[in-house]
Design a protein around this ligand. Structure first.
Ligand code: FUC
Length: 347
């Protein structure tokens, strides 16, 4: 398999490099070492036409000016933490209040805004990019020196695997994900409202007006949140369910996954024939339907707008530190955090 390395930009006196992994089917994944951002994923449609299926830019300045985390790694803690604070072993930790007085996606300079060290591993049947970053004790308010390693692997079965590992020298919290915005129409020809999503999930988290979990776990039964038999994203925009309304007419919710590593998430675009199957070892997926996407910029010549892309963020539950009944995001000293997700593209 092949990999192409190019200079993407300069930032902070350093070179930002882009890496394109290409498999034998012509599928390409381009990533930059700034934020481990996936800038492009080119996959064929049912006619074999290869087009881009993620939202991204060709310049670093557009990422820095406009990007709502397009394609980036999110950490140390993805999702919201209420009032930007939590307690660990009797110590109160205060984080950046970067979202309505709450903490979001790791703070002001999270994992999405730093340059990662990169190694390339080329093999016959797969190519990997291995990114390393040391998040120092106290960075963005979090305790412990946390050594992170993120590996993106593309193989000849059109699978992109994302593996996240972390070890800290102090007890801390970790919940990492990738924030790719998918649009399977190809080169952003249409919005994502006619995409069909199938989710093996019986339950989702109730949110308050600030999109913080209330602590209540709701059943999907008889709601627009029931994706078990497949449902188009448009249903959330016309639903009067207060949970759809408060998410900006759509979805911005964590779903608890029933199954792990068994085709638990399937996104499909009938018109192009492109599909995406996601498997993960994580307990939840946040479905963010692009409800807050702004229209004051363009994405490779296409005007950005609400619902132009959607995120399926496999991860633990947001604000779990303040809800002891949720699966924990606490990582013990010297314990290894390992989260793994595979995106398989079909046509
Ligand atoms: C998602 C959402 C948020 C936010 C952000 C850009 O993860 O949960 O509400 O808009 O991304």
């Amino acid at each position: 398999m092949k990999i192409v390395k190019e200079q993407f930009a300069e930032f902070d006196g350093k070179v930002v490099t882009s890496y394109t992994m290409i498999n034998k089917n012509g599928m390409e994944v381009t990533t930059i070492d700034y934020g481990c951002i996936i800038t492009k994923i080119l996959v064929p449609d049912r006619e074999g036409i290869v087009e881009n299926v993620v939202l991204g830019f060709d310049t670093l300045s557009e990422y820095q000016k406009y990007s709502p985390y397009f394609g980036a790694i999110i950490g140390r803690h993805a999702g919201r933490i209420a009032n930007a604070e939590f307690e660990l072993d009797g110590v109160n930790y205060h984080l950046a209040k970067n979202n309505n007085g709450n903490h979001l996606h790791g703070g002001l300079e999270g994992f999405d805004k730093v340059i990662w060290d990169t190694e390339v591993v080329e093999e016959e049947e797969a190519t990997s990019l291995v990114f390393h970053y040391l998040s120092k004790d106290g960075e963005e308010g979090y305790p412990g020196n946390l050594k992170m390693k993120v590996t993106y692997t593309l193989n000849n079965q059109n699978e992109l695997q994302l593996s996240y590992e972390g070890v800290s020298d102090k007890k801390t919290v970790v919940n990492v994900t990738n924030h790719a915005y998918f649009n399977l129409s190809g080169n952003l020809k249409r919005d994502t409202l006619n995409h069909t999503l199938t989710l093996k999930s019986d339950q989702f988290l109730e949110l308050d007006e600030e999109l913080i979990p209330t602590g209540k776990i709701l059943s999907v039964e008889n709601t627009a949140f029931d994706f078990r038999a497949g449902r188009r994203l448009i249903d959330g925009t016309v639903s009067n369910d207060p949970q759809n309304v408060l998410a900006g007419k759509g979805y911005d919710h964590p779903f608890l996954l029933n199954d792990n590593n068994n085709k638990e998430i399937h996104l499909f675009d009938e018109e192009s024939g492109r599909g995406l199957i996601i498997e993960t070892n994580q307990p939840a997926v946040v479905l963010y339907a692009g409800t807050q996407l702004e229209d004051n910029f363009s994405i490779r010549g296409v005007k950005s707008k609400k619902y132009l892309g959607l995120c399926l963020e496999t991860q633990g539950l947001p604000d779990s530190l303040n809800h002891p009944q949720f699966p924990s995001a606490i990582l013990e000293k010297d314990e290894v955090y390992h989260s793994i997700t595979t995106f398989k593209f079909t046509n």
